[in-house]
Each structure stands twice: as structure tokens, then as C-alpha cells.
Ligand binder design. Structure first.
Ligand SMILES: [Mg+2]
Length: 357
């Protein structure tokens, strides 16, 4: 343990492992991601015997693109490389990761962006600006950046790595600021910063650093500045809605907020009606779930993973933060014991802990 962190290696392991569990549960082998309403998923879950009876394992519960690319980011960070050398390493592992996408449904901007990467050739981690790249593909693979750079004085480094790896596929700020959010929230979890302050921290601390960085990096500055305000505007709106603009709370909740009401609310967070699909609202739904669920695993999955939107990507972020905060407490063994890529997730968590503490 260090002064900045109450997290142990077990918390790191829980964060990485549960991110994969959340992904596999939210995805349900393509059956649940986008395909069903929250109430229908809850009904089906009950017919399966409830979350506590689900054995998350192959062939019915594979991890999706989220975990494959999150592992790619994490394993690149675990090499200990820095600067441009790190960016080339990440790009290389994204290209490799795309070879492992059978049945995992990668998103369109990830497919396009990664096809344009030329790792280990000069500037080969940059892709042309893409005004469509607003999706959550950069967010869903970036939680581990917060595990590599967890100290408050590493904020600039964390933001830089999140922005530059995020832009490899999602050069639109709504896309890559999602990567900043996911990385920032895990770092806040490691620091045990109250969850009610995370959104204000994103807007007031991390986004200004990201904006300065974009200017100094000199890549697609005009387009990025032109498209900047949607992300910050929507986050301001959400924090006002929950009474969290000042970072203090108490959190304002609707009177009724079950699976049906959450489907409607999550849609209202979204860019075009697809809840959790974008870089701003995947971390937003994850935060909403963390605020509402506390240390209750089933409640967390209900809110973050069992809804009518991009349920694997909202769960992958929420569950990573939850594991860092609460460890494996109350998580049934069958949910994680035979998870696909379990040993890779555990092993990279240990390496990131050793590098950062
Ligand atoms: Mg997915």
C-alpha cells in the first residue's frame, strides 16, 4: 500500500477479472448486447436461476471485443514501455487483437481504425480524423490505463496515454474522451475518491488537460476543437440531473428507477437513442450504476449490464471500477471461475500493480 492508494494487488486482480465477467454477462454471446430490453433480460435471467447460478464460461458466455482489446491495452502497458514506444506497442497489440474477433462483434470504428494502423513504422499509430468515430470502442478498452498510472500526480500521463491510444480508432473527442473517462474512473477507484466526485473530476480536471494536450500534439486540432463540446455538454447535463455538478451530492434519483425506467433514462443519455453506444454515455451509465449499486454485485450487474443498450461495454467499465473498490466480495464463484482469458486478466493485473506501486 502507498499513501495515494488503499488498493492491493487483490483489488487490481478483481478489477481486471470482473471487467471480463461484466463483458461476458452483458454480451451473452450476442444475445443481450442491444437485442433485448432491460425488463426482458431480467426476466430471462430469472429463468436461468438468477445471476448467482450463472456459470460464465465457454461456449455460452464468451468475452466480446471489449475484453480482447482491453487485454491488448493492458498487456502493452505491462511491458513498462513509455512514450512513442508504448504507442507502437499498443497499436501492434490492437492489430493482433483483431485476429481474435470471431463471434465477438467489434465495432465499426475499431475495425476501420485498426486496419489503418501501421505499428512500428514512423507515425504509424495515427489514423486520419474520422467524424463518425463517436463510439465507445476506445472507452471499453482503457480502464487498465488507470491501473498503470494511478497516482494523482500522474494525471497528465494518464490523459496523454488515454487520448493517444483512444485516437488510434476514435479520433472524434466523443470517442477518445470516453477512453479518458474510463481510465480516470479506475484511477479514482484506486485512490478511493468518493464516487460522487468522479464526474466533476472528469470535467474540471481531466478534460482541460486533454484539451491542452490536443493542441500541443498538433494532430487534427481544428476538427477536434470543432467537435469537442458535445461530450462536455452532455456530461454537464448528466451531473446536473443527478445533483453532482459540485461533486458533493446527495445524488438525485428518480422515484422509480427499475429496469424499464433505466432503459428510458439511459436512452436519454445517448447520442442517438442507442444507450451506452458512445464514448460519453458508456462511462456515464457505468458511473450511474456504481452510484446506485454500492457494494451490491447483483445490483451493479442489474444496472450496468442488464439493459437494452450496449450492455457489455457499460458493464466492462462499471465492473472494473467495482472490483477495484470492493474486490470479489459477494461475487459468486461460478460467475468468474471459468471465465475465458481468466489467467491472462489475472496475470496482467499483477504486472500492472507491480509497475505502479
Ligand atoms: Mg462488445
Amino acid at each position: 500500500m502507498n499513501a495515494f492508494s488503499c488498493s492491493t494487488v487483490d483489488h487490481y486482480t478483481a478489477g481486471m477479472l470482473l471487467s471480463g465477467v461484466g463483458d461476458a454477462l452483458g454480451y451473452r454471446n450476442q444475445l443481450w448486447e442491444y437485442n433485448q430490453s432491460g425488463p426482458a433480460i431480467h426476466q430471462e435471467l430469472q429463468e436461468l436461476g438468477g445471476l448467482k447460478n450463472i456459470s460464465v464460461e465457454l461456449p455460452d458466455w464468451p468475452v466480446s471485443d471489449d475484453t480482447v482489446l482491453h487485454l491488448a491495452t493492458a498487456e502493452a502497458l505491462a511491458t513498462g514501455k513509455a512514450g512513442e514506444e508504448l504507442l507502437h506497442e499498443v497499436a501492434f497489440r490492437y492489430v493482433e487483437g483483431m485476429k481474435d474477433m470471431e463471434g465477438r462483434k467489434p465495432g465499426p470504428s475499431s475495425i476501420l481504425g485498426i486496419a489503418q494502423l501501421h505499428p512500428r513504422t514512423e507515425g504509424g499509430y495515427r489514423v486520419p480524423y474520422n467524424p463518425e468515430a463517436t463510439g465507445c470502442g476506445a472507452a471499453m478498452r482503457s480502464m487498465c490505463i488507470g491501473l498503470r498510472y494511478p497516482r494523482p500526480d500522474q494525471l497528465s500521463l494518464l490523459v496523454e496515454v488515454a487520448v493517444e491510444t483512444g485516437r488510434m480508432t476514435h479520433p472524434h473527442p466523443t470517442g477518445f474522451l470516453g477512453a479518458v473517462s474510463a481510465a480516470l474512473f479506475t484511477t479514482y477507484a484506486v485512490q478511493r475518491r468518493p464516487i460522487t466526485t468522479w464526474g466533476a473530476g472528469l470535467l474540471e480536471e481531466a478534460c482541460p488537460v486533454a484539451k491542452t494536450l490536443v493542441k500541443s500534439a498538433g494532430y487534427a486540432v481544428t476538427e477536434t476543437e470543432r467537435d469537442w463540446d458535445y461530450f462536455t455538454g452532455k456530461w454537464k447535463w448528466y451531473l446536473d440531473l443527478r445533483g453532482l455538478s459540485l461533486g458533493t451530492g446527495p445524488v438525485t434519483w428518480p422515484d422509480m428507477y427499475g429496469p424499464a425506467e433505466r432503459d428510458e433514462a439511459y436512452k436519454s443519455f445517448s447520442l442517438s437513442g442507442w444507450a451506452g453506444r458512445s464514448g460519453h454515455d458508456a462511462p456515464m451509465i457505468a458511473l450511474d450504476a456504481l452510484l446506485g449499486a454500492g457494494s451490491d454485485w447483483e445490483e451493479l450487474m442489474s444496472r450496468a449490464g442488464f439493459h437494452g443498450g450496449d450492455s457489455d461495454s457499460t458493464a466492462v467499465i462499471a465492473c472494473c471500477c467495482w472490483g477495484l473498490l470492493y474486490g470479489m466480495d459477494g461475487v459468486p464463484q461460478c460467475n468468474y471461475k471459468n471465465l475465458e482469458y481468466k489467467s491472462r486478466l489475472e496475470s496482467v493485473a499483477q504486472k500492472l500493480y507491480a509497475l505502479s506501486h
